[in-house]
Structures are given as structure tokens and as C-alpha cells.
Design a binder for this molecule. Sequence first.
Ligand code: SF4
Length: 503
Amino acid sequence: MNKVLQDSYQTYRPRPFKKDERENVTLLFGGLTWRAERALVGLFEGAGYKAESLPPATRSDLLFGRSLVDVGQCCPTAFTTGNLARTLKDKADKIGPDRVADEYVFVTAGACGACRFGQYHYSYELALRNIGMEAFRLFLVEQHEIDQSKDDDEGFQTDTHLLLGAILSVMMTDVIQDLEYQIRPYEVEFGATDAAIKKAVEDIYDAVRNRPQNKGKLGTILWHLTTDHYAKALRKAKSHFEGIKLDRLRIKPKVKITGEFYVSTVEGDANHSIHAWLEQEGAEVLPAPVAVWFDYLMRFARRKQQDRIGIHKGARKKQLMIELARRLYRGRYHSLCKALGDIPRHLPDQNELARLAQPFYDNRLNGGEGDLLVGKALYAHLHKVAHMVCELSPYGCLPNTMSIGAMAAAQGKYPDLLYAPLEIKGDSEVHVISRCQMVLTEAKARARSEFDAALKAAGLTLEEARARYEAHPEMHDPFWQVPKRGAVGTAANVVLELGGASL
Ligand code: SF4
């Protein structure tokens, strides 16, 4: 009997990471954009930790991940598992596995639910066993809880101050990324935007690293709601983009990126560098902000409480509290947009996303992105945000497969919607790119005919529009607001503005 108990499956329990080890232990983490990871390194360092982000995940990480855990797992699990395992192995080759186990820990987010996100840590744990590093420590931060520190002696304290700082860090990098993607396609001097974003992210890193220390739970909540600290850092970051000259008469299709959280937000092998590829092909890309995901989680939690009203005591109050938190959260995000001249786009209205998606995808279904992908695609189309929607859907992902199925019905209702569902396997680049190219060709044609229609409405020839544009230096400025005059494309709206017309 004892042998049966000893041999049976035991839940993974890492060795404790104690407070007095902090000075010698580095937190490893990953899975976000380089901008957000740099800000989070600042956050951890400011809180007294040593921190390091994992290197970008590569195709060989994907193959390594598949070789270590089951091959049927979704592609983000394989990428992130292989990425962690490869990094640990590389470190072990240099300093030995025992020192890696003592000197590093891995921190990751987790949740339970219908998708594999709730099982990532099991994949990591299996991978550790398969590379002979069972002694390495993994720690899970529950995504639905704010304050998770249970013991003052714990090495890693996930208190309110740290988690609110993490949310603000991600918000800041979201808004700066949105600015970057609106400027780069139109820059006159090649490379100017990339140089500016590097400096801007360092300003964000400094601000996060040097924020005031913990003021207690209530104090830190109030501070995060009212402080100008983060907006001030963004105003400084903004200065690096000032003076970049833009040619906004370049005709470019706008492509909205949606999809599964990991493959739609990172930029690299994990999504065949689709952001960079689209820009090289002449598109203006609308990246997927992480902040929309948090907003969605709050909307989902509010809906849950709404369904419980009359059944669970206190459900109405909880629903109101969640809605209040959501509004404060959105207000914070929009105040950061203002610090960058209000050029970054505001968060889409979650109620509108849910309303648009509801005929095709019930908003009570969770797992993955729930109804969000259907809602975002329809929102981008109906509100003239983008010419085309590019949905990045990982191989082996049940929730995204459901979204794509629902989108077939949505396209039946909105046949004009240009929608490119791309299955990301990590090792099928030609297939993904050629599919995307087919829809992009149509989006380019739409951007061109919209531009021609704008010239006609404005009563201008291309040469006249160019001459007027040159006579308005303020329009070359990255912080000039392109007016919305009924077109989707930037160049078409600029021409309409020059001619005082609308579509
Ligand atoms: S949403 Fe899909 S791809 Fe992402 S973790 Fe869940 S199952 Fe995997």
C-alpha cells in the first residue's frame, strides 16, 4: 500500500523560496512583448528582486517543447515550455543544474478554465522532469486574485502594490506600442521610430523601477488611482517621438490583429513575425493591447455576478463593485493615452463588443478569449477601424477553433468583412503568410479605391493633395490627430481633411 502511495501522482510542490534568499535568486518570467517585459524587470527590481525576462521564443523552442511534453498541446504551450526549458538548459550548461535550481525561480500567471492556460504549469513541470531539473522552482500567480501573499517569509510577495504596478506597467507599454505602430509606417527617415521606442521604453522602465514603495493596501490603491507618476513618465517618453516627420499620404491598408492572447501579442517566431511582415508589405498594423484582455475579464466577472442576482446573497453589490473597478481601470488607461497626446486608441467599449458578438458567440462561454475575438472583428469592421482583421489562432486551441467557427456565421451576415483566420503552428510559415497575403491584397485594393474616392470627394488631384499636405507642416507631426472623416485609411482621411470633405 505504501509503495502504491509513493508511486502515485503527486501534485508539484516547489521547494520554498524564502525572503532571505532574495538577494541571490533571480526571478525569470516571459510571454509578453519586449516592451512589457522590460517594464516588468523594472517593477521587480524596484520591489527588491533580481529579475530577468526569458529570451524571445524561437521555432527551435517550439520543437523542443513538443519533444518534452505531449505533441497535441496548443502551440503557445509548446513555445513557452520549450522556451523555459531551453533557457534553463543553457544556464545549466554554464553554471550547472544545481546552481540554476538555487539561483533562479520562474514566475508565471495561471488560471483554471476551459483552455490549456490552466495547465501550463503542468507542462512546465513535466518538461523540468524530462530535462532532469525537477529541483527547479516554478511559482504560479493566480490571474483572478489581487493579493496573494500568504506568508511574510515568502520570497516572492504578490501583494496589491506589485500587482497594480504590473497592470500599470502593461498599460504603459500598450499605449506606447500603439503610438509606435501608428508612426512607423509613415516615418520619412527609416529607423527613427525604432530608435525612439527604445529610449521611450527605458523611460518607462526607470519610472516603474523608481515608483514609491508600498503604502499599504488602501494607500497603494489610492496612489495608483490618482498619481501622475506614470503619465509623467509617458510625457517624457513622448519627447523621443517628437520631431519624427511623417508622410501620411502613403496609402496603406489598416490591419487589426486579434487572436489568442499569446500569439497575438508577442512579436517573433511565435506568430511568424506577422506584425513586421505586414508592415513590410505596406500595411499599418493595429496591435492587440493586453489591456483589452483585463477589461474583458472584468466584464466577464460582472456578467457572472449579474446572473447570480436573486440567487446568491450580495451578488448585486459585487456586480456594482466590479463595474466600478472596471470604470476606474478604463479611466486610468485613457489618462495614459492623453499623456501621449491622445494618439493611442482608447479601449473598445466591452458592452458593444459583447452585443456585437452575442448572436454568434454567447458571452457566458469562457476559455481562451471567449466572445472577444468575434466582437473585436465586428467592431473593427463596423466602426471603420481597419480594412482587414487578421486573427491569429494557435494550432490545438479549442476556444479559438470555436471563434473561427462562429466567424463563419458572422461573415455570412457581413460579407464585406475582410477576415484572415491564420492557424499558427509555428512550423508552417509559408502557409500562414500566403493565406494572409491573399486577404491583404484585397485590403490593399480597398485602401486604394477608398483613397481615390477621397480625392474625388475632396475635389483634388494627387498632386494638389500632395502640395497642400506639404504646406501644412503640422500634419507631418506624429502628435497631430488624423480626423475621422468617414474613411478607414489614414491617407484617405488626410485627403478629406485637406479638401474639407467627408465620405
Ligand atoms: S486559448 Fe488556446 S492557445 Fe491559448 S492557452 Fe488556451 S488552449 Fe492554448
